[in-house]
Design a protein around this ligand. Structure first.
Ligand code: SF4
Ligand code: FES
Length: 249
């Protein structure tokens, strides 16, 4: 087992409207086999032992599927490893003695709750507006009872891998949510289960996205570059086409 020491600069902020700033911590004897969040756990254990308040950050699944581990690491949402959530990032990615700057997602529609935790409930409201299916799908059907082509199934699955983390918004200079909304609209638009609401879904979600005051897409592609699920910006084209269908039908 290799152990390294890393110098951390971590954003701390007691509440949404409280002043915030960077605080320095040294994490010693960090196993390179640890995940990034396990390293923060160890830092917090020491803070608690010292009678200090631990650093607030979010995690749940720690396996890259829930989307809550929203950190900006050295300027990049989810850190330096492409296609990887913060919770799946390991300390072997960093050199001994490295300085690591850790901040919350920076986007006005994701206000800071405390330290590294942001409120991403705007995404929930967009999903509520249209990202559902009303059809009664019943139990899991037998394989091959729904004739969906392999190419369509794979494209729908690729879009469905969006975990709603918000990194696309955090990376975008406009704080646009188009990649997220595009992924949600695209995966349902390609499958028969999504047909009942298909004509309304895109408009409902775009209206909700605009009501939440996310910015416009100007094709800078930062969203695709940082997305831990490597969602393609082709879903934005799909969203635009689905939106066009809504307003012309
Ligand atoms: S599109 Fe990618 S970056 Fe955006 S919310 Fe979904 S998984 Fe996260
Ligand atoms: S903690 Fe669930 S995706 Fe990172």
């Amino acid at each position: 087992m290799k152990a390294i020491t890393v110098n951390l600069k971590i954003w701390r902020q007691a509440a949404q409207n409280a002043p915030g700033g960077f605080f320095t911590f040294v994490a010693k004897d960090v196993s390179t086999d640890m995940s990034f969040l396990e390293m923060l756990d160890v830092v917090n254990e020491q803070l608690v032992r010292d009678g200090l308040e631990p650093i607030a950050f979010e995690s749940d699944c720690r396996e890259g599927i829930c989307g809550v581990c929203s950190l900006v690491i050295n300027g990049l949402p989810h850190g330096p490893q492409k296609g990887t959530t913060t919770c799946q990032l390991h300390m072997r990615t960093f050199d001994d003695g490295a300085e690591i700057i850790i901040e919350p997602f920076r986007a006005s529609r994701f206000p800071i709750v405390k330290d590294l935790i942001v409120d991403r409930s705007a995404f929930d409201r967009i999903i509520q507006a249209g990202g559902f299916v009303s059809v009664n799908t019943g139990g899991a059907p037998d394989a091959n009872t729904l004739p969906i082509g392999k190419g369509v199934a794979e494209s729908a699955f690729d879009a469905a891998t969006c975990i709603g983390c918000g990194a696309c918004v955090a990376a975008c200079k406009n704080a646009s949510a188009m990649l997220f909304v595009g992924a949600k609209v695209a995966h349902l638009a390609m499958l028969p289960q999504g047909e009942p609401e298909r004509k309304l879904r895109a408009s409902r979600m775009v209206v909700a996205m605009d009501a939440e005051q996310f910015g416009s897409c100007t094709n800078t592609l930062e969203c695709e570059a940082v997305c831990p699920k490597e969602i393609s910006t082709s879903v934005i084209g799909r969203l635009n086409r689905e939106f066009g269908r809504c307003i012309t039908h």
